[in-house]
Design a protein around this ligand. Structure first.
Ligand code: DP6
Length: 343
C-alpha cells in the first residue's frame, strides 16, 4: 500500500485560464504545454489502516491544517472511492524548486500524487485515465502526466460524464473528454526554458482564485476563451514544424491575452512586478536584435524564457543582466510522470 512517483512541472505555451465546471474542474478551453525536465516533484503515498486522518509533509515540513491538506485529502477521496478502500494515507512530497511561486508546483504535485496514490491503492489506470484524475486535483496537472509537448482537451461532456471509463469508448467519444495527450515527444525539439525568479514569496492570488475572479467579473473573459482554439492550432503547427518564430508569436500572444483578461477583473489582478515588465521588454528587444527568445508568464511574477538549445548561454546572460532577477533556473523538455524509488 505504498508507492513513489516523480513528475515534472510543465509550462503552458497556450494558457489554461478559466473553468467550465468547478466541481469536476473542467477547463473553459484547451491548452498546450511543454513538460520541463530538470525540475521535479517526488511524492510518496502510503495507505495505512492505523491512521485516523490523512497527513501531508511538504518539502520537509508537516502541513497540519488548511487549504493544501484539504485539497490533497479531497483528491485522495477520489482515489479511495475508485479503489474501494477507506484507509487514510501518509503523503510526503518534495520539490527541488521553489513551491508556490508561479512555477506550477500544483502541476507536478498532483501528477505525482495521482500516480503514487493510485499505485499504492492497487489501481492500474491508463495514462488517459490518470490525466483525467489528475485534472480533478489541478487542471495543469493533467498535462504533466505526459512528456514533451502536450495538448489538453477542453472536452465537451457535461458534468461528471468524463469520469467514466475512457477505455470503453470509441476514439471519437474519448477525444471529447477533458484530458491531455502528447503531441510530440521531448526529443522532437530541444527547446530550453530559462526561468527568471523575480520574487521569492508565495503568490498573493492563487491560479484557481484568479480564474474564478476573472470569469466572474472580467468583461474580457469571453473573448479570451474564444481566442484559445485558434492559438492551440497555431502552436501545434509551430511545434510540428519546429518553427521558433511562429511559436514565439502565438505563445507571447496567449500569455498577454490571459493576463489582459485577469487585469480586466474587478478588482484587476496584476501578477507582474517591475522586474517582470523589464524582462518582457528585454526579451523583445533581444529578439528584435536577432536572438531567438520568447517569454511566457503564469499566475505569478516569474518570467519563463524559451530559446533553442544553441542560444542557451546568451539567453541566460540576458536574464542574469536584468536588474531584479534573484535566481535563474534552467529546464529542458522532460519525460512524463513515472514511478520511482525511495528518496
Ligand atoms: C496560469 O492548473 O494551477 O499556470 O486547475 O485551479 O488548479 P487549477 O489551476 P492551475 O492553473 C494553471 C494556470 C496557469 C496557466 C497554465 O498552466 O495553463
Amino acid at each position: 500500500m505504498k508507492a513513489f512517483a516523480l513528475a515534472h512541472p510543465n509550462i503552458a505555451l497556450v494558457k489554461y485560464w478559466g473553468k467550465r465546471d468547478f466541481a469536476y474542474n473542467l477547463p473553459g478551453a484547451g491548452s498546450l504545454s511543454l513538460t520541463l525536465g530538470g525540475l521535479s516533484t517526488r511524492t510518496c503515498v502510503e495507505f495505512d489502516a492505523a491512521l485516523d486522518a490523512d497527513s501531508l509533509q511538504l518539502d520537509g515540513k508537516a502541513v497540519e491544517s488548511g487549504g493544501k491538506l484539504k485539497r490533497v485529502s479531497q483528491f485522495l477521496d477520489l482515489v479511495r472511492e475508485r479503489a474501494g478502500i477507506s484507509q487514510h494515507a501518509r503523503v510526503i512530497s518534495e520539490n527541488d524548486f521553489p513551491t508556490g511561486a508561479g512555477l506550477a508546483s500544483s502541476a507536478s504535485g498532483f501528477a505525482a500524487l495521482a500516480l503514487a496514490a493510485t499505485t499504492a491503492a492497487g489501481l492500474e489506470l491508463s495514462a488517459t485515465e490518470l490525466s483525467i484524475l489528475a485534472r480533478r486535483g489541478s487542471g495543469s496537472a493533467a498535462r504533466s502526466l505526459f512528456g514533451g509537448y502536450v495538448e489538453m482537451n477542453d472536452g465537451v461532456y457535461a458534468i461528471g460524464e468524463d469520469g467514466t471509463k475512457v477505455a470503453t469508448r470509441s476514439a471519437e467519444e474519448a477525444s471529447k473528454a477533458a484530458y491531455a495527450r502528447q503531441i510530440a515527444p521531448a526529443a522532437h525539439w530541444d527547446l530550453r526554458c530559462v526561468i527568471a525568479v523575480t520574487s521569492a514569496g508565495e503568490k498573493d492570488i492563487g491560479s484557481t482564485e484568479g480564474m474564478v475572479s476573472t470569469q466572474n467579473t472580467s468583461p474580457y473573459y469571453e473573448q479570451w476563451i474564444a481566442s484559445v482554439p485558434g492559438d492551440i492550432e497555431r502552436a501545434a503547427a509551430a511545434v510540428a514544424a519546429r518553427d521558433f518564430a511562429a511559436l514565439a508569436e502565438v505563445a507571447e500572444a496567449s500569455c498577454l491575452r490571459m493576463h489582459a483578461s485577469a487585469m480586466g477583473a474587478d478588482p484587476g489582478i496584476i501578477y507582474w512586478n517591475a522586474t517582470t515588465v523589464a524582462l518582457i521588454h528585454a526579451v523583445r528587444k533581444a529578439r528584435a536584435g536577432g536572438l531567438p527568445v520568447f517569454f511566457t508568464i503564469d499566475a505569478g511574477p516569474q518570467v519563463k524564457v524559451f530559446c533553442p538549445a544553441e542560444a542557451l548561454d546568451e539567453c541566460r546572460a540576458l536574464l542574469a543582466g536584468t536588474q531584479g532577477v534573484r535566481q535563474i533556473l534552467e529546464a529542458h523538455p522532460g519525460e512524463g510522470a513515472r514511478l520511482c524509488g525511495d528518496f
